[in-house]
Design a protein around this ligand. Structure first.
Ligand SMILES: [Zn+2]
Length: 370
């Protein structure tokens, strides 16, 4: 039962309300307290901030509403990597510092540590995922992770696309995912190969759909708080969201209501593959790796390229004039190795002649004859 409207009418915040349920037994007409039954105790849920435009600060009037909203604020700041103190509802100095650090990331001026309406809205803004933002002192960095990258330069990374939502044409889903992988491949010294449908081997990277309501810090502020979840090479997209392909994007973007309730597959995949490669959130708003969801960001920005190349080096340039030995070492050997891996993944029983043709058509470094 939704009681938000009634509470708003009465001018009461959900943080100030308490639920008391009394049940009437229809056979005996007797009344029972919920605690006398085995039924679960309901809890009040609702918007994290029900007074969006009332600023929160150490000077806010004390009370249940303030401490409830400060707790919500601390919880979000903790999830996004800005706050490590106790979620206790008290607007401490560390809470203020965390708000200021978030304001800097979200380009809110001045970063004064007061959670005003603009700051609360930015905290609730749609994000690709709940990965932490870079700490304030490394915000000048370009978003390359400090840890060891999960892959090695020159590696062929295999990937798998799990069962996609039935309303999306499968072939188009695979094409879009491949196009996004190709962008990272063109940017770095990495190759991507999709495991064929039904292949039982373990992929280095997987994309699948599942319900992500649990653990979604933004769930009660409507659908779309968090679109994806990533853990190592495992990318899980929220099956409760309406996913759209690139062809549908212009229509979606024209319609505010549709735009607010659907998500572009390509933009989310491009961002999440960045995490799988070891990139963290970029402080640059034009980067694909910026934390906030933007369906129109479909091309890696300079900052994304720099961060990815820091981990894997650039894509080797196609050879132009090579002697036979260099051609074999630099071009033919890697092409053959990657080609064979790809072919084994795609067509394990392909005949040799087909292999030769396939390699010829897939050779990205076709050289000028030496
Ligand atoms: Zn992210």
């Amino acid at each position: 039962m939704d009681v938000s409207a009634r509470l708003a009418e009465m001018g009461i915040s959900r943080y100030e309300a308490h639920v008391e349920v009394v049940l009437r037994d229809i056979n005996t007409d007797k009344m029972h307290r919920l605690s006398e039954t085995k039924l679960p105790v309901p809890s009040l849920v609702g918007p994290l901030f029900d007074q969006l435009d009332t600023p929160l600060s150490a000077a806010s009037p004390p009370g249940l509403h303030t401490s409830g909203e400060v707790k919500a604020l601390q919880g979000l700041l903790q999830t996004f990597g800005y706050f490590s103190g106790a979620v206790d509802g008290s607007y401490s100095t560390s809470t203020k510092d965390a708000v200021a650090a978030f304001q800097k990331y979200a380009k809110i001026t001045p970063p004064d540590g007061i959670a005003n309406g603009q700051t609360k809205r930015a905290l609730l803004r749609r994000r690709f995922d709940l990965n932490a933002d870079p700490p304030a002192d490394v915000q000048a960095a370009d978003g390359a992770a400090a840890f060891t990258p999960p892959f090695t330069p020159g590696q062929t990374v295999t990937y798998r696309v799990g069962a996609s939502p039935g309303y999306l044409p499968r072939a188009k889903v695979l094409t879009e995912v491949a196009a996004m992988m190709a962008q990272w491949a063109n940017a770095t010294h990495l190759h991507f190969v999709r495991l064929r449908e039904g292949h039982r081997g373990v992929a280095d990277l997987s994309i699948s759909w599942s319900e992500l309501r649990e653990g979604n810090a933004l769930f009660f502020d409507g659908p779309g708080g968090k679109l994806a979840h990533n853990l190592g090479g495992e990318i899980v997209l929220d099956s409760a969201e309406r996913w759209v392909l690139r062809g549908e994007l212009p229509e979606i973007l024209r319609d505010a209501k549709l735009g607010a309730s659907s998500f572009g597959l390509s933009a989310v995949v491009l961002h999440e593959v960045g995490h799988a490669l070891g990139l963290v959130h970029s402080p640059d708003p034009s980067a694909v790796m910026f934390a906030f969801y933007d369906p129109t960001k479909l091309t890696l920005a300079q900052g994304d390229l720099t961060a990815a190349r820091k981990l894997y080096g650039p894509s080797p340039p196609p050879p132009t004039h090579l002697d036979n030995q260099s051609y074999v070492q630099q071009c033919l050997a890697p092409t053959l190795t990657n080609g064979l891996k790809a072919l084994c993944a795609e067509r394990p029983t392909a005949p040799v002649e087909w292999l030769a043709l396939w390699l010829q058509s897939h050779n990205p470094n076709r050289p000028v004859a030496p």
